[in-house]
Each structure stands twice: as structure tokens, then as C-alpha cells.
Design a protein around this ligand. Structure first.
Ligand SMILES: Cc1cc2nc3c(=O)[nH]c(=O)nc-3n(C[C@H](O)[C@H](O)[C@H](O)COP(=O)(O)OP(=O)(O)OC[C@H]3O[C@@H](n4cnc5c(N)ncnc54)[C@H](O)[C@@H]3O)c2cc1C
Length: 330
């Protein structure tokens, strides 16, 4: 029997979809190993979020706050994870592949001298001796299979590839644990976090994403109107971010965010492989592009060869009318 530990650094009292997807991932591996999936929650929201996560079929929730986790650095989180992991016997330590996990997980793996897989999209056969995972490489053009040997391993998973478990009435134990007195690196200091205020759903959590490329010429007004009718998040290609039209929080792709919404509408985006790496797993892809030979059409389920400034307002009007009809009928 071997257990898994899923690490969350919650930003709110309720777990996000991607945090719960990591719990789903950890539970699947733990089931194969015949063990439990515990959850370690770190930071100021740990305690409140721990109570919420306890309903998702986990072994127990371990919660810890610490002055060095108020604005955590990768080093402080890695020290906390390594401290908890070395005091227990977890076969796998897992998290969703967020920016935070990308920063702290390799550091924790180095501290624990343990192997690590990042961006896992599929679980293979796992046993106490070896964990098998599949992850994309070369911008998602190839999938590689990895084996992690040893007594402990770490992995981050792509939230879009795993389903959050269902909540139940039964609640697991929530235990407060102590962390070492010093977690932060003595020569690194948190200075400032600049967060882009969000008017729409978070890109990686949204069911619908309306994304724009260089073809927008920096005018996102039609896309924002469409996004508002659909309750969608706005995304962008790197060309848009490089031009300074939107901050890089909006970038989808190899060097941006990876999304897999139910519907991805790409407007004026050519479909370079680095962009596809961030959205090709979307359930339905719609492409609007003036150029019939644009590579985006190769991955699109629905393609419209049109000027986006003509097509997008028409789509918005059609969705708005359909919404109004629905509202009148109900
Ligand atoms: C190491 C590396 C990492 C990268 N990471 C990323 C990444 O994470 N994300 C990313 O997106 N890119 C990334 N890129 C850049 C990528 O290679 C492309 O350059 C970029 O995706 C192009 O953005 P685009 O499609 O908006 O622009 P373009 O390729 O210039 O395409 C614009 C498209 O708009 C269409 N168009 C123009 N006007 C209209 C109109 N009025 N109506 C409809 N269609 C119109 C054109 O036909 C064209 O197809 C990366 C590149 C490198 C080298």
C-alpha cells in the first residue's frame, strides 16, 4: 500500500477546478497503488480550503500556514513540501502544473533527491516500484512515456487532462501541521506581485475561451463583446502579447497558458505550433481567419474563412438573440 500527497497553495476558501483536477489525478494513482490520497494545503487560505477539500474523497487534509508563506517564493514552498514529504512515506507528491508548481516542484524534487515528471496528461500502470506517466513534448507534437523509480517521486499534471472528483457528504480529517521556523531562502525576498484585474473568468478555468491574434490589430472590442455574451475568458496569441496589446497573463501556448475549454474560438490566429500547444486539447475549436490556408483550420472543428471584424459581431448578435429567445421560453 502506498499513498499520494497532492499539494495545493489555495488562493481562496474554495478549491479551484484545477486544484480539484490535481486531487482527481492523485486519487487515480493512489487507487492503483491501493493507498490513500492526502492533500497538503499551504498558505493563508490553507485552513478554510482544507475544510472544503476534505469532502472530495481524500485520506486526510494537512494544513499549514507560516509567515514565509504569506507571499510564498518557490524556495519557501519547496522547503515546506520537502519537510512534510520527508517526515512521511508518500510514493507520489503531485500538483496541478500551475506557475507556482512549476517554480517549487523541481526545487522540492532536488531537496528530496527524487525523480519528477511535469505536465502529465495520462497515467499508465503504477506500482510501488514504478510510476508510469505520459506527457507531451516538442510543443505537444509528441507524447513521451516516463517511468519514475525509487521510493518517492513528484509529478505535476495538466488540469485539463483530469476530472475533478465528485464531492461527498463524508468529510476527511483536517490536521494542522507545524513547519520549520525558517522556510524562505536567506538571499531571496518577495518584493511585489502585480496581478491583472480580471473582469471575466480565469483563462485556465473557463468553459469557453475567445482568443485573438495579430489579425485583431490590437482591437479586442468585438472579441470582448462575444466573450461577454458567452460568459467566456479572453485569450491571445503571443503576437498580441509581444505587441503589448494585452498582458502576458492572456497568452495561450507553449510559453503561455495551456487551456482545454469546451469551446475555443480563435479569431485572427494563424495556428503556429507554439499556439496549438496551448489549446489543441479544447473539446470544440472554431477558427475565424481570412486566409483559407491558415494552419489553424487543420485543428479546427468548425472553420470560417472571413474577416473577423465582419464575422465576430454577427456571431455575437446571433448568440445574443438565441440567449434572449431561451430566456423568453423559460
Ligand atoms: C520558442 C517560442 C515560443 C512561442 N510561444 C508561443 C505561445 O506560447 N503562444 C503563441 O501564440 N505563440 C507562441 N510563439 C509564436 C508563434 O510562433 C507565432 O509567431 C504566433 O503564435 C503568431 O501569432 P498570430 O497567429 O496571432 O499571428 P500571425 O501568425 O501573424 O497570424 C495572424 C493571422 O490573422 C489572420 N488575419 C489577419 N487579419 C485578419 C482579419 N481581419 N480577420 C481574420 N483573420 C485575419 C491572418 O490570415 C493570419 O493567419 C512562440 C514562438 C517561439 C519561437
Amino acid at each position: 500500500m502506498a499513498d499520494c500527497l497532492v499539494v495545493l497553495v489555495p488562493g481562496a476558501e474554495q478549491p479551484s477546478r484545477s486544484e480539484l483536477a490535481a486531487v482527481g489525478f492523485g486519487r487515480q494513482v493512489a487507487e492503483q497503488l491501493g493507498g490513500h490520497c492526502d492533500v497538503l494545503l499551504l498558505g493563508p487560505q490553507a485552513s478554510a480550503c482544507g475544510q472544503a477539500v476534505a469532502a472530495y474523497g481524500i485520506g486526510k487534509a494537512l494544513v499549514a500556514d507560516h509567515p514565509d508563506l504569506a507571499q510564498p517564493t518557490g524556495e519557501a514552498l519547496a522547503a515546506a513540501i520537502a519537510h512534510v514529504a520527508s517526515a512521511a512515506d508518500y510514493r507520489l507528491i503531485a500538483a496541478s502544473a500551475t506557475t507556482i508548481a512549476r517554480d517549487c516542484f523541481p526545487r522540492a524534487a532536488a531537496r528530496l533527491k527524487a525523480p519528477m515528471a511535469s505536465d502529465v496528461v495520462e497515467i499508465g500502470q503504477c506500482s510501488a516500484d514504478v510510476l508510469r506517466f505520459t506527457k507531451p513534448c516538442f510543443s505537444g507534437n509528441l507524447l513521451e512515456e516516463l517511468e519514475l523509480h525509487g521510493s518517492t517521486a513528484l509529478a505535476t499534471c495538466r488540469a485539463s487532462a483530469f476530472e475533478p472528483p465528485a464531492a461527498s457528504d463524508a468529510s476527511a480529517d483536517v490536521q494542522t501541521i507545524q513547519l520549520p521556523e525558517k522556510l524562505a531562502h536567506p538571499r531571496k525576498r518577495f518584493v511585489e506581485a502585480k496581478r491583472t484585474p480580471l473582469e471575466r473568468p480565469e483563462l485556465t478555468e473557463a468553459d469557453v475561451v475567445v482568443s485573438g491574434g495579430r489579425g485583431t490589430k490590437g482591437d479586442f472590442t468585438p472579441l470582448e463583446e462575444l466573450a461577454d455574451v458567452l460568459g467566456a475568458a479572453i485569450g491571445a496569441s503571443r503576437a498580441v502579447v509581444d505587441a503589448g496589446w494585452l498582458p502576458n497573463d492572456f497568452q495561450v501556448g507553449q510559453t503561455g497558458k495551456v487551456v482545454a475549454p469546451k469551446l475555443y474560438i480563435a479569431c485572427g490566429i494563424s495556428g503556429a505550433i507554439q499556439h496549438l500547444a496551448g489549446m489543441r486539447n479544447s473539446k470544440v475549436i472554431v477558427a475565424i481567419n481570412k486566409d483559407p490556408n491558415a494552419p489553424i483550420f487543420e485543428v479546427a472543428d468548425y472553420g470560417l474563412v472571413a474577416d473577423l471584424f465582419d464575422a465576430v459581431p454577427k456571431l455575437t448578435a446571433a448568440f445574443r438573440a438565441a440567449r434572449q429567445e431561451q430566456g423568453a421560453a423559460s
